[in-house]
Design a protein around this ligand. Structure first.
Ligand code: GDP
Ligand code: ZN
Length: 335
């Protein structure tokens, strides 16, 4: 063993320093809590977190007025989209005192095998794809699996349709027919010319949506096209947070003028490429569901086992061959 041994005395000292730090932090927190309670807080009211800059959160009240808030201890990590109970303080400030249970949560795995929440109360996830950089159904399927496993509704958005010839567009639509048949919404848009945006807007109305997809497919362009005055909203938040323009890495909720909102979070954009367990992949393929649990082996991987209900359904063309091939690709990439 090459590990450096520390003496008992060193260990005792390290422990002592650690304990002193913890005590100092506890005292500081108690002091801050006391200060808060002396500052004449307003009454408790409901609000929603609309922006997060690390530890600083912006809460919006029912009149869409925004307040820079701190969190009472023991509330855990709060994220954009969270519904909270908070109390006003002076000068556009407040304190969050309670959270309302979430209807959905996107969580990001971290290095220690734990997860960290990144956005809450989302109704649907737009999986954006485009012919450039590349349109791969395997990647769309990878996103679909993650969204299905998070139990949130996916919508597939094909952007940059201006880059396709009439024939190529027809071919793409034919290819995507498989997805329509298994119940997915597939939209075709061109952010550049705003073509197809009306249909997209109708899907977003009164819902909280998130955009995910590979870099370069046009997520920012889509948000910009949907919210031409987005700069104004960014400006407002920066002013409140006093963080100036250096807020590009923050998560934000943008209201849509026709009701509903879009949450844009850099931590969520590549959702779908996060870690998945290979045993769960099949559950993320919606059309596999009726056959799951019907294979000869309970731990069937559906790759090549005998008497596999999924392989049988594929041979009988009840499951699309390409979808199964993408299942294999995703599964094998995790091995
Ligand atoms: P993001 O990384 O997914 O946010 O993608 P961006 O919104 O930054 O867009 C990447 C590139 O694609 C930019 O150069 C955009 O101008 C371009 N782009 C976005 N939408 C369209 C479109 O509808 N048609 C074409 N031709 N280019 C687009
Ligand atoms: Zn099987």
């Amino acid at each position: 063993m090459s590990k450096r041994k520390i003496s008992r005395k060193q260990a005792w000292r390290a422990d002592k320093i650690q304990q002193e730090r913890i005590n100092r932090a506890k005292k500081k927190q108690a002091r801050e809590e006391e200060e808060l309670s002396n500052q004449g807080l307003g009454s408790e009211e409901p609000g929603r977190i609309v922006a997060s800059f690390g530890t600083q959160l912006i809460v919006e009240d029912n009149n869409l007025e925004q307040f820079s808030c701190t969190i009472r201890q023991n509330l855990g990590t709060l994220v954009v989209g969270d519904e909270v109970i908070w109390q006003r303080m002076q000068e556009g400030k407040g304190v969050i005192t309670a959270t309302i249970p979430r209807t959905s949560l996107l969580e990001r795995p971290n290095f220690h095998g734990n997860t960290k929440p990144v956005a809450a109360n989302i109704h649907q996830i737009l999986i954006v794809s485009s012919p450039i950089p590349t349109m791969q159904t395997a990647l769309i399927d990878r996103y679909l699996v993650a969204v299905e496993l998070a139990e949130i509704k996916p919508i597939i958005v094909m952007n940059k349709m201006d880059l396709l010839s009439h024939d190529a567009l027809e071919q793409l639509q034919q290819q995507m027919q498989t997805y329509v048949e298994i119940g997915y919404e597939v939209l075709y848009v061109t952010c550049k010319t705003r073509k197809g945006l009306k249909v997209l807007k109708a899907q977003l109305e009164n819902k909280v949506s998130v955009l995910v997809g590979q870099s370069g497919v046009g997520k920012s362009s889509t948000i910009q096209a949907l919210l031409p005055d987005i700069e104004i909203q960014i400006g407002e938040i920066s002013e409140i947070s006093k963080l100036g323009k250096h807020t590009t890495s923050a998560s934000r909720l943008y209201h849509l003028p026709y009701g509903g909102a879009i949450i844009d979070s850099p931590g969520v954009r590549d959702f779908g490429l996060w870690h998945l367990d290979k045993e769960n992949i099949a559950m993320g393929f919606v059309e596999f569901k009726p056959y799951l649990g019907k294979c000869k082996f309970s731990n069937c991987s559906h790759l090549n086992e005998p008497e596999c209900a999924i392989l049988d359904a594929k041979d009988k063309r009840k499951i699309d061959k390409h979808r199964w091939q993408n299942y294999v690709k995703i599964y094998q990439a995790l091995e």
